[in-house]
Design a protein around this ligand. Structure first.
Ligand code: FAD
Length: 469
């Protein structure tokens, strides 16, 4: 019998329950990826699309190694599936679940209608440590605060990864999805290795070389001690459960590093927490989780939004982050927080405009992590930073990039400034600027916002809403 595996955010052979079940129960398996055009779904951003394309190539080769052909189609999911099922005479369809409201609705409809036609449809848990409905507060409610969520999650039995299926190799098909590499693709490619093998390699190197420094070093953007697994997780080239169990095995072999690994796993659990919110709340990319923030009077300042996007705000750590994003499709977490805070608090621009920019430019742009993190920074999320804690990007830069290493890497026009002024060039004496080759308003912009005044403006705007009952 023939089974179809509908791949979505799970481009891996190992710990892929849908693929494993199909290969176990059927003698012929066809894998299908659909570039979905259903209007209810959020279209993928440009940087993530680039990653996806490469990841599908890697997956096609990996699948061919076990005798499974990957087909890549474009269209509305249900129509593509129907034609793939009739074309292959498949009697079963397997997929790993997804959790966004629109995706769930779509999948549920497809499942019901195909089952009515006699097709066996099975959905599997493959993307998270724990399915969102399996974790609840003592009052049987979804969690809205991370710490108790994590306390509960860490005591659960996290399912062991399932083995990759085996089979006799066939020739890998050419994956032609009609995708044409954009001009900036070459630049991004220099920063990443894509696919399941690369993801496993990254995890192994991270545990061996970096995890011990993770608790202290993870906030310093100039140090490369975080795992950079986020785009691999985004496309499911590696699963959270694989990371979890590899980390447990590592603790077993290196008990002195248990504390550091635990810190890392708690960050990984934030991803599950974001999905918990995506699953249980209304559309988190468009709707503040605290409804009162719907009334916030965001400013309209297109030129400032553009300066932020281009990394030309005149605040070095902000510009470094936005340029890292543009050059690599990634930004360090601490700097994501600072750039998001600068946009939503100092510029008082709607968090959704920043969320959309990240959505388009991050290779790890994630339907749960991105909006949930933006809501956290903007203060409208459930477990959000209190609105009156507004980051000062200059003092944050001095604290977390003390030598200015990160700023110098991404804002080369400031590279020759003495460390004392690297985070606040306008405070440098004219002679120092001249010696460093920095011309304010010429080679580098003056700050587009006065940090003190804009901080007060944000306190007033947010405070007005927070005072309401
Ligand atoms: P590590 O520190 O090595 O962590 C390992 C994994 O744990 C990450 O890959 C990620 O899956 C998860 N993780 C770590 N920190 C967080 C966190 N704060 N929230 C949720 N999951 C976390 N992450 C995305 O994956 N996609 C996004 O689109 C995204 N957008 C963000 C937007 C803003 C404004 C902010 C503040 C954060 C965002 N994050 C996003 C979360 C976080 O910045 C990244 O997951 C992290 O920087 C990825 O780097 P890493 O893999 O080296 O992380």
């Amino acid at each position: 019998s023939t089974a179809l595996v509908w791949l979505r955010n799970d481009l891996r052979l190992a710990d892929n329950p849908a693929l494993a079940a199909a290969c176990r129960d059927h003698d012929r398996v066809i894998a299908l990826y659909i570039h979905e055009t259903d209007l209810a779904l959020r279209p993928i951003g440009a940087a993530a699309r680039w990653w996806l394309h490469r990841s599908l190539e890697a997956m096609a080769h990996a699948l061919a190694g076990i005798g499974v052909v990957l087909k890549v189609e474009t269209g509305e999911a249900e129509a593509v599936l129907a034609s793939a099922i009739s074309g292959s005479d498949a009697g079963a369809l397997h997929w790993n679940r997804r959790y966004g409201p629109a995706e769930r609705k779509l999948d549920a409809g497809i499942k019901a209608r195909l089952r009515a036609k006699g097709i066996e449809v099975a959905s599997h848990p493959g993307n998270l440590l724990m399915e969102p409905w399996l974790i609840q507060t003592g009052q049987d409610k979804p969690y809205s605060v991370f710490t108790p969520f994590w306390k509960t999650l860490r005591n659960q039995e996290i399912a062991r990864p399932v083995a990759a299926p085996s089979g006799r190799a066939v020739r890998a098909p050419e994956v032609d999805s009609g995708y044409r590499q954009p001009g900036w693709a070459g630049k991004l490619a220099t920063h990443w290795s894509i696919g399941e093998a690369a993801a496993q390699d990254r995890l192994e190197k991270f545990l061996e070389d970096c995890v011990a420094d993770y608790p202290d070093g993870r906030d310093f953007p100039g140090r490369a001690v975080t795992s950079k697994l986020s785009p691999h997780l985004r496309f499911g080239e590696i699963s959270a459960r694989q990371i979890w169990h590899a980390a447990q095995a590592f603790i077993h072999a290196h008990p002195t590093k248990a504390g550091a690994v635990d810190k890392f796993l708690s960050e990984l659990a934030w991803r599950d927490f974001s999905y918990h919110q995506l699953y249980h709340r209304a559309d988190i990319a468009t709707t503040p989780m605290q409804p009162k923030y719907e009334d916030l009077k965001w400013r309209h300042a297109p030129a400032q939004l553009k300066a932020w996007q281009a990394g030309r705000t005149g605040i070095p750590i902000i510009d470094a982050g936005m340029r890292e994003l543009w050059e690599t499709g990634y930004m360090h977490n601490r700097v994501r927080m600072l750039t998001a805070s600068f946009l939503t608090k100092n510029l008082l621009l709607d968090w959704r405009s920043g969320e959309c920019w990240f959505w388009d430019t991050l290779v790890d742009a994630d339907e749960a992590n991105n909006p949930a993190s933006w809501q956290w920074v903007a203060g409208c999320g459930l477990d959000a930073a209190p609105y009156f804690r507004i980051f000062n990007p200059v003092t944050q830069g001095e604290r977390f990039d003390p030598e200015g290493e990160y700023v110098r890497r991404w804002v080369p026009e400031l590279a020759r400034l003495p460390t004392k002024f690297i985070h606040a060039p306008s405070e440098a004496p004219a002679s120092t600027l001249k010696e460093a080759g920095v011309g304010l308003d010429e080679t580098y912009p003056r700050a587009i916002a006065d940090l003190k005044q804009t901080r007060q403006r944000a306190l007033d705007a947010f405070g007005a809403l927070s005072a309401e009952p």
